[in-house]
Structure formats: structure tokens, C-alpha cells
Design a binder for this molecule. Sequence first.
Ligand code: GLV
Length: 319
Amino acid sequence: MAESVFISNVLPAEARSLIPREWTVDYNETDIPLSKAELIRRLQGKEALVCHIISAIDEEVFAACPDLKVVANVAVGFNNVDVAAATRHGVIVTNTPDVLTETTADFAWALLMAAARRVVEADRYARAGEWKAWKWDLLWGADIHGKTLGVIGFGRIGRAVARRAGGFNMSILYHDALRADAAAEREFNATFVTKERLLADADFVTVHTNLTVETRHLIDEAALKRMKKTAVLVNAARGPIVDEAALVRALREGWIAGAGLDVFEDEPTIHPGLLPLPNVVLAPHIASASRDTRTGMAILAVRNCVAVLEGKPAITPVR
Ligand code: GLV
């Protein structure tokens, strides 16, 4: 019997064309999330699933789909897949690291700069026809160059964000569950500190951890209160790492100066308290969304899926 793949949402042709022609492919070419029941129905008899973060792949799915051998998630984050359940059912889970590192780091910087220099507010002001005359104190923001960047989660993306800070002559503090080796600290000119020290000393705090039980609400009310009143928080990792209700209070009451967010606790819903606030830049989970990178992610996901079904090791299995 030919190998069979279910692609649960839209995927570029460049990636789909890498699936051998003789394999059976069921392709749901929309980006509307499938219900659990529909997902399970279409996964029946399939050995591979290529999915996006909008699909929750849990014990129920694995139990109902015994032919499944590989779940290829088209994202670096894989909190939508229950990896422990996959392992119990002998299913390999893969993600798409590396291909999106630089693009995601670019976007974290876009959020940081937009929030610090009030780019979105300025755009709204200009479009609304409010710009009647040059004004001395119009839309003053915060300097970025020469300030201190705090990177929480010093993996691939955190380091790529830190590398860019060199061009702005910034000092870099980082915190991670694991301290980087001395060579990496030298390369990035980064100093390992406790989370508390980082929060207290950084002018910009940017979060780049996976979402796990340990990192859920890593930035909570206490963390936000520890930050400088002039600080900016950036989250282009996963929404639930930040307690959104506490962040609303922090931005509203001036515990911190601003934030740039690409991710939210209950996507695609944004906490209603954030929407009227001028000091937060909001983006709809697009940090990896350049044409080249999204295509590269899709290609890597399909390559993972093909490798496993051909009996080879997955290229980027999650650990
Ligand atoms: C996107 O959010 C990703 O994890 O790749």
C-alpha cells in the first residue's frame, strides 16, 4: 500500500511537490482549523500528518489514529503537540528550527523598535491628518542604542536577537535554564544573570523560550513589577509565557513603558484590555512570516515527513 499523508492546512506547492507522486495525499487547502473530529476522520489510515500550530494533536488523536508514524509541525514551537503522548504511541514529532531563526529575530527587533520609537502611533497620527505643524515634543520615544537588552531564553532565536543588538552598541544580559558556554557568551558579549536581575536591569526584555509548564506565565505580575518603568517587553515566542491580564495592568498603570507582542494567550483573541492602549504594538503571530521563511518551514516539514516514511531518521525531530 502506498504511503499516505494528510496535510491539515494550507501548504505551498513547493513543499507539497516533494511528496513522492505515488503516495496518497489528502490536502485541506484552507487555513481554517479543523475540528478534532474532522481531523481524526481525515487522519484515518494516514501515516503522516503535516500540520500548523492551529491543530492540537493530543492523546485522543494519537489513540484514534494508530497508523500515524510522524507529525511534522510547520513551526519551531510545538506546544500544540503532546509529545509525551506521541512517544507513547510510537509517533515521531518534528518541528522546523533554524530556517526561521533570523526572520523571527528580525521581527522581534521590529516590535522592539516600533514600541520604543512609537512607530505605530506615529503612523496613526499621520494618517488621521493630525499633523498640522512641527512640534518639539511630538511622540517622544526611548533610545535603543547604548541601552541594555535582556534576553530570556538564549537559544537559537534569542541569540540571533542578541547578535543584532551589537549593531546598536547595547549591553546584553541573558537568562536561560541552562547557562551558555563561555565561547557563546564571548561571541554575543552576553552576561548570564538571574531572571530577577535581568528584569530589574534591562531596558528591553525580549522573551524567546518554548512554552512549557515551567515557562507559562514566566512574565507575571511580580516580573512586570520588577522591570524598569521605562522598559519595553517584547514577546514573539508564545502568548501564555506572559500573563496578559497582568500586562494590561502594567501598561495601563505605567509599571513598564511599552510592549511589542506577536503572540497572545488565547489566539486569535487578543485581551480586550490591550486593544485601546497606545503603548503596545500588536501583531497577529507573523514573526516568521516572510515568503522565503514560511516556504522554507513548509519544505522542512515535508522533508521530515518523507524521511520518516522512507524509514530514514527525521531531519529535525523535537527533543
Ligand atoms: C511560530 O510560532 C513557530 O513556532 O514557528
